[in-house]
Each structure stands twice: as structure tokens, then as C-alpha cells.
Design a protein around this ligand. Structure first.
Ligand code: FE2
Ligand code: FE2
Length: 360
């Protein structure tokens, strides 16, 4: 029986020699008459050849799947002891910002798992794309595992963390809006245009702007050597999330190409983004209190920068002035694991089997 300690060569069967193929019984007598898998495979509403992983038609999805496997990590490998000491050093503003931000992230990831499993995956008929979505689902469970590891290690009150969204209207409003926006993802017969609009909201706004912006208050603490281990956990999560955003972008573009009638109007994308950013502003007003090196203004500017980037990713004009440029000099470094890893003396590099992810 195989176990974790077996060398990879044992787990991965070596490819059979070519000549074995010629010994297979000739079932398909008239290959010319069969439709090529490539031509009947579609992202949505494809033929029932949903078990034909190859020939791979959507290479970007296969690449995303492979990359997510290479980026596998375990939250429990990161010891949290240092943060127990740091918690005692936080001032009131830092404590408020940390807890409210952290609590919001826990709810967001739990929601992602359900969204992907019950809505996004259901409609997809190309198996290599489905595999990438299943891999994403698994990564989202790792993120929930990470939060639970932090909660248990730092003796947080579980109810206070997991139920905060119900008690704070500014947090609840974001999740209620999210539930409304992703309703269109559900059901095989739902309007395809609604499905793609739901994907745009889910991948480009929820994950690409809200989630990415919400890491930053805690990252700013980490840069000051406060809550360093939590920050490190969030760096792994952010690396996964940047992969999700890249995958979502490719999926939406591919759907627009296959079903041009699902293409969104720029005005619709702008309206969605503006609504989401208004909710983000209310939310940030509640969560982000002035801290050394980070405040509400900086947070908002960064969120606007992300909003512009996500719109441009999809071929739309930015909605904020051109002067809205990256204002957090450490942002790319935090999510890309570039430089300074030795500074934190952590084990991060041990997990860098997939290399750094980028937005482009
Ligand atoms: Fe996540
Ligand atoms: Fe995600």
C-alpha cells in the first residue's frame, strides 16, 4: 500500500511503453467518423464527453490546475507562538483592525467553498476546467484550515470570529450583496449571461478586489513585525488567491469567446464595480483604524487601484483617475513571495515549488 513516505517515483506510475498501445483491442473501428474531442468539447453545454481530459483544449485551465498542486501547503506547518506574544503588544486600533479583518476573511473563504461547489463547477462541461475548479475548492478549504489553526493557536473565541459578520452591518452587507450577485451562477438552465456576470463578480470583484484589499491591514502589521505568523499564513492564502483571479479571468475571456452573447457591457461592469466599492468603503470605515504606516485613506486608494486593474484585466476602462497608482510599495512582494523571506526566518521557501505567481 502506498503512503506519504513513498518516493514520488513509486506513486507516479511510469508511462507504459509505446508498443503497449498497439496491443489494445481495436474498439473504434472508424475513427474518421467519430467527432474530434476537441471540436465537441466546450466550457458550458459541451457534449457528454466530460471524461475526456485529453486532448486538452483549455491549456490555461490545465496550467492553473498543475500550478495549484505545486503550491500545496499546510497551515499547521507554520508555528503561531510568536503571535501570542505580539497580540499583547497591539494597541486598541491595531486590535480592532486585526480582529475585524481576520473575522471577515474566515467568512469569505467558507462562502467561496459553497459558491464553487454548488454554482461555479456545476455548469462547466470541460473536464480540465472542472479539475482546476475542484483544485481551487480544495485550496479554499486549506484557507479555512489556516484560519482555524490561527484561532486555536491564539485562543480566539470562535463564536466572536465566525459570527462577527452577523453582528456588524457593514460586513454583513458585503456578504448579502455577494449572495445576490452570485445567484445567477446557480442552476444548469439559468441564463448563461447571468452565469458569466456572476463569474465576473465572484472572481474579479470578490476575490480580485475585496479579498486582495482585505489582506493589507494585516500585511502592514506584519511589515512592522506584528502578527508575523498570521501575516505569513495570509501570504500563502494571497498567493493562492492571485492564482484564482488569474484563472477566473481566463475562464471569463474564454466564455466570452465561445459564447459572445454573454459578453458584458462596460457600463454594466462599471456599475457592478462601483456598487462593490461603495460597500468596501463602508466596510473599511468600520474595520480599518489608523495604525502606524496604514490608515483608511491608504486602504481605499489601494482598493481603487485593484478595482482599476481588474477592470483593465477584462478589457474595460478604469473607473478611477489615471493617477490612482499602486500606493503600497510592498504589495506585489507580499503576494509574490519575492525577497525578504530570510528576514522573517520562516520556512516559506520550502513550499515554493510552483514559483511566484504574477497578475499578468
Ligand atoms: Fe480563499
Ligand atoms: Fe479563492
Amino acid at each position: 500500500m502506498l503512503n506519504w513516505d513513498d518516493p514520488l517515483e513509486k506513486i507516479t506510475p511510469s508511462a507504459p511503453a509505446k508498443e503497449h498501445f498497439s496491443e489494445m483491442p481495436g474498439v473504434a473501428v472508424d475513427r474518421e467518423a467519430e467527432p474530434a474531442v476537441d471540436s465537441v468539447k466546450r466550457l458550458v453545454g459541451g457534449s457528454d464527453l466530460t471524461a475526456n481530459i485529453a486532448p486538452i483544449k483549455y491549456q490555461w485551465a490545465w496550467d492553473a490546475y498543475i500550478k495549484s498542486q505545486r503550491n500545496f501547503w499546510l497551515p499547521t506547518e507554520i508555528g503561531m507562538g510568536e503571535d501570542l506574544m505580539a497580540l499583547k503588544q497591539l494597541n486598541d486600533n491595531e486590535r480592532h483592525t486585526f480582529f475585524t479583518t481576520f473575522a471577515t476573511l474566515t467568512t469569505a473563504d467558507a462562502l467561496h467553498q459553497r459558491n464553487l461547489a454548488l454554482a461555479v463547477y456545476e455548469r462547466i462541461s470541460a473536464p480540465e476546467v472542472g479539475m482546476a475548479i475542484i483544485a481551487q475548492m480544495h485550496q479554499e478549504t486549506i484557507h479555512s484550515m489556516s484560519y482555524q489553526h490561527i484561532i486555536e493557536s491564539l485562543n480566539f473565541d470562535e463564536d466572536e470570529i465566525y459570527l462577527l459578520y452577523q453582528r456588524v452591518p457593514q460586513i454583513r452587507a458585503k456578504f448579502e450583496y455577494s449572495n445576490r450577485m452570485t445567484r445567477g451562477l446557480q442552476g444548469q438552465t439559468a441564463d448563461l449571461k447571468e452565469y458569466v456576470r456572476g463569474l465576473f463578480f465572484y472572481y474579479m470583484i470578490f476575490e480580485g478586489v475585496w479579498f486582495m484589499a482585505n489582506f493589507c491591514p494585516i500585511f502592514s502589521m506584519q511589515r512592522r513585525r506584528l502578527m508575523v505568523r498570521t501575516g505569513e499564513q495570509l501570504q500563502y492564502i494571497a498567493r493562492d488567491e492571485s492564482g484564482h483571479v488569474g484563472f477566473g479571468r481566463a475562464l471569463i475571456w474564454a466564455l466570452w469567446q465561445e459564447a459572445p452573447e454573454t459578453r458584458m457591457e462596460e457600463s454594466q461592469a462599471h456599475a457592478l464595480m462601483r456598487e462593490a466599492m461603495a460597500l468596501e468603503a463602508d466596510y473599511a470605515q468600520y474595520t480599518v483604524k489608523p495604525m502606524l504606516g496604514y490608515d483608511l485613506e491608504l486602504h481605499q486608494r489601494h482598493a481603487r487601484y485593484l478595482a482599476n486593474r481588474r477592470l483593465q484585466d477584462m478589457g474595460f476602462a478604469p473607473i478611477y483617475p489615471e493617477s490612482e497608482v499602486a500606493c503600497l510599495p510592498w504589495w506585489e512582494e507580499q503576494i509574490g513571495f519575492r525577497k525578504e523571506k530570510n528576514f522573517f526566518e520562516t520556512r516559506v521557501t520550502e513550499y515554493q515549488t510552483g514559483g511566484a505567481l504574477s497578475w499578468d
